[in-house]
Design a protein. Structure first.
Length: 103
């Protein structure tokens, strides 16, 4: 059996998200600052740390979208003190450039 999909190697941003094709997907916060591998399929995407799956999301349609769930479907640690709340993160409808703009 062959795996179909396209590989990406994004870095986890300070919000605990990886961006693939202008859409942001959450991963556990322990990966902030690290580069992970993402396999993008037609309907979903899987985020790997080495050979370990750390997140699995339904693929978002259209650019600049952020999932409605703050944690990946595969689960993750609860929010940590001092971290930005979900409402402070980039919102759906922002352009790709706005989402990636630094402070």
């Amino acid at each position: 059996m062959f795996e179909t999909g396209r590989w990406f190697t994004p870095r986890v941003n300070r919000f605990g998200q990886v961006t693939v094709r202008c859409n942001s997907y959450s991963v556990p916060v322990r990966f902030i600052g690290r580069q992970l591998r993402v396999l993008l399929h037609a309907h979903d995407l899987v985020v790997y740390d080495g050979r370990t799956v750390v997140a699995h999301h339904e693929r978002l349609s259209g650019p600049g979208r952020v999932p409605s769930r703050p944690e990946p479907l595969s689960g993750g640690p609860p929010a940590q003190a001092g971290r930005l709340s979900w409402s402070d993160r980039p919102r759906a409808g922002q352009s790709c450039r706005e989402v990636h703009a630094g402070p």
